[in-house]
Design a protein around this ligand. Structure first.
Ligand code: PHE
Length: 449
């Protein structure tokens, strides 16, 4: 491709590790750190974890492979690529991705803002004893808005700095630290007296729960959100790939890293809560457990607790930030590739718009929850469904050729094609159907009817 003079060449990743860590950074986020373990404990413990693994294998990895393949094949933002590759009828899917990026980041940044505030106060040793009152203060009104705006500004700064100097560098620094902190915390949690009851609560298998239809929808919705699927985030990242590695293997690596982090996070959260006798808040609200019970537990440890809560909230902040940059990148890449806009100005403009869009969520957690249901849960699955149709029925020959560059094994590629054509759409149709009712509720909340 020859770029017209004056327009700089499109960027690409400097290293394979940079791409992988950026993709894992997108996947590992707030979704892993609290949502997974709670859905698991309520949805049948170890039995849920098994169901989740099956979904990751049958739906998650094939779809992630599809996103990677389309991204690398197109070398441009999905907002442009889907129209060019699939024809006019597929253009809206690219813009749905952009809408999801805007929509999710608008409220994600609000929760990330709380996390950032906790991390800063933990470093300063300023988290008060009454963590419930502290959380109420942090998560409402002016405090929440300011934290949201600062978090958006940091995200914009990284994305504006470019793929290599911004996203790749940030991921190379933050992700290894995140892994180290998480492993350290899990080992520490294993030493807590009385923590065993926490593991039992988290993982006690309850097979009957698996027969309930909502469990499948919960597991699939969680998998999409956690794996960053269905809105072109990983497609956009893969569009900066030049090398011809095995995209199936890369997808499996990212999916296992993400699932592993989610699983291990539960091994931290539950022993702490049980060891300190804070169980009454567990079933009430997931947010409450993370922002109220855990810091309370850390508080009871005195000096050691000060280090531990710093480590915990810094880890959460890194997780949120590396996910937020991928959400913003989908929007920025679309505007840059479609209209040839300069990256820096586009990142600032898009970030400002998203910051404004997030204000209602910063003020009202009902709006936050409804946006999460509509975009984070439902529209991602819709996006994934159409992506599977596009790749499985319209682009299969091209996609198979692209995948074959790094994956010579034809049997594996055939299996992948079968999953994308049949298993993924059928399962997702079921998930979409079971999500209609809660989504309708969410729409009513958002539009106040
Ligand atoms: N995967 C991220 C998390 O678990 C959220 C996310 C969703 C990021 C979709 C990008 C795209 O927090």
């Amino acid at each position: 491709m020859t770029a017209p003079t004056g327009i700089p060449q499109r960027e690409s990743w400097a290293t394979r590790a940079g791409f992988i860590l950026a993709a894992v950074g997108s996947a590992v986020g707030l979704g892993n750190m609290w949502r997974f373990s709670y859905i698991a404990s309520e949805g049948g413990g170890a039995a849920f974890v098994l169901l989740y693994l099956v979904i990751v294998l049958i739906v998650g990895i094939p779809l992630m492979t599809a996103e990677f393949v389309v991204g690398r094949m197109s070398q441009e933002s999905p907002a442009r690529a889907l129209k060019r590759l699939g024809g006019k009828a597929w253009a809206p899917l690219g813009w749905l991705f952009v809408f999801c990026g805007l929509g999710i980041l608008s409220y994600y940044s609000v929760i990330a803002g709380w996390t950032m505030r906790y991390a800063v106060d933990a470093v300063r040793n300023a988290i008060p004893e009454d963590t419930a009152a502290y959380f109420a203060q942090v998560s409402s009104g002016g405090d929440a808005v300011i934290a949201h705006l600062i978090f958006m500004a940091i995200t914009v700064y990284i994305v504006a700095s470019g793929v290599k100097k911004g996203i790749e560098r940030a991921s190379l620094i933050m992700m290894p630290l995140l892994f180290l902190i998480l492993i350290g915390l899990a080992l520490w949690a294993a030493t807590l007296p009385g923590g065993g009851a926490g593991y039992a609560y988290y993982l006690k298998p309850d097979l009957r729960r698996l027969l309930e239809p909502e469990i499948l929808a919960d597991a699939a919705g969680q998998a999409f959100f956690s794996l960053s699927l269905g809105m072109g985030a990983l497609m956009t990242y893969a569009s900066y790939l030049k090398s011809e590695e095995n995209l199936g293997r890369e997808a499996a690596t990212v999916a296992f890293a993400d699932t592993g982090v989610a699983f291990v996070a539960g091994l931290v959260v539950f022993p702490v809560i049980f060891s300190f006798g804070l169980t009454d808040q567990v079933s009430e609200s997931t947010v409450g457990a993370l922002f109220i019970s855990l810091p309370k537990g850390f508080e009871l440890l005195g000096r050691l607790g000060d280090y531990i809560d710093t480590a915990f909230f810094v880890m959460l902040f890194f997780a949120a930030l590396t996910s937020a940059i991928s959400l913003l990148e989908v929007v920025v890449a679309a505007l840059v590739d479609v209209w040839n806009l300069p990256r820096r100005a586009t990142a600032i403009g898009a970030g400002a718009g998203i910051a404004l869009l997030g204000l209602p969520s910063a003020y009202d957690t009902d709006i936050l929850g409804a946006s999460d249901q509509l975009v984070g849960n439902f529209l991602l699955v819709v996006g994934g469904f159409f992506t599977a149709l596009l790749v499985g029925y319209k682009l299969l020959t091209q996609a198979d050729a692209e995948l074959s560059k790094g994956l010579a094994n034809q049997t594996l590629r055939r299996r992948w094609a079968m999953l994308i054509r049949y298993a993924v759409p059928v399962i997702l149709l079921g998930v979409i159907a079971s999500g209609l009712r809660p989504t309708w509720q969410a729409l009513r909340t958002l539009f106040g009817v």
